[in-house]
Design a protein around this ligand. Sequence first.
Ligand code: DUC
Ligand code: ZN
Ligand code: ZN
Length: 476
Amino acid sequence: MSAPFSAQPFDLVIRNANVATASDTFMADIGIRNGVIEQLGRGIAPGRKEIDAAGRTVTPGGVDGHCHLDQPMPPPARMADDFDTGTRAAACGGTTTVIPFAAQVKGQSLQAAVDDYHRRASGRAHIDYAFHLIVSDPTPDVLSRELPTLIAQGHSSFKIYMTYDDLKLDDGQILDVLETAKQHNALVMVHAENADCIEWLTRRLQAGGHTAPRFHGRSRPMLVEREATHRAIALAELVDVPILIVHVSGREAVEQIRWARAHGLNIFAETCPQYLFLSADDLGVDDNYLGAKCVCSPPPRDKANQEVIWNALIEGLFTVFSSDHAPFNYGGTHGKHPDGKEVAFPYIPNGIPGIETRMPLLYSEGVLKGRITVNKFVELTSTNAARAYGLHPRKGTVAIGADADLVIWDEREVEISNDMLHHATDYTPYAGIVLKAWPGVTLSGGDVVWDGTEFHPRPGRGRFLQCAAPTLLPKK
Ligand code: DUC
Ligand code: ZN
Ligand code: ZN
């Protein structure tokens, strides 16, 4: 595990680390030079700086493969976090790579969406970042020219929607996008909810005067997700291409994914903290508007479904665990109160913040409670996202030659409150949850960006990453 001897001291050595990767746990010192792990071994040469990690676990920094930062929204909605505050919060929660979305508006070229997103990110990010694409208008030019060009330029994954009027694709369009992904070795992420069912239910609920935030959940019952998940799987089977179903929320979608796997289909799946830690009750048990804080899609389900998602995670159904951080303030005029008003549920911006809490929630409640191994934790929060989105082995592991993106975990009690978080969003849905761990140090490219108490800002230190083809599947 040792690299050739160099006379120069390392920039940083982490001593006595209990290193956990997706496959192994071992004791090592970690020698870092120029932002890269150069040596792993026992008793390695000194560093100009040293951190003693004795008794602590060291994991790869998280790769959050599904988060939304400064994504243009139809007015008056505006995201509360941009690349500065979003990557600040990510770093303090142990995430060292984020992959938000360059979203195409219908009628816009994909390249224009990517150019605009580069302008939003440039000089602001504190950690490395890549862009997925959101394809909302798969014209012949997008399919035959723009997508292949952008995939070659490092955007090897894109999200498509089966709901939301301004984003949704019909089945024929989905087939076209899947075929392009197959031809050019890209991965399609699918938001699976049946748009027509949601619209029909929403009309009926509103006509009956049921407009409070909790009716958001009633407008998107599990069968809406089940049907769309089934359809997405069938469309992928027809084209013979893998897909990744994002933000799986409960039993019915889980059953579809299990069925697909049992039939030998390459269906990958993601879940998110909101489906383990929030429930339908958080949308409100009465008509209180506070439930707007937890309006996201798919909505959190009942407590029994939280268990289904935990069990599916434990058994290995999920490939990745992402935040789906979609930050809207509760107060003000751009978030959950559009133009400062309490509005009917269809007009509440969808999404909750969670970029900083994703890793500590799963480390504490998954690893320390004995539900999953630390290796499974690394796989779900880091390695598999790096593989799915073509960033492995530079990201997602602790290995010689990998970027020195690391987390040293402190096992200490932390009660989550919005005050302690580093996003710019004015609330967290996880307030009051008491965790048994938090990142004690986060290193991004060998720099300490979070020391357990203080964030060390350097907007612009985060680099844009070009993603290669996914490496989740064995090469044919
Ligand atoms: N649903 C999405 O599809 N995206 C962002 C947030 C949400 O709730
Ligand atoms: Zn989505
Ligand atoms: Zn999302």
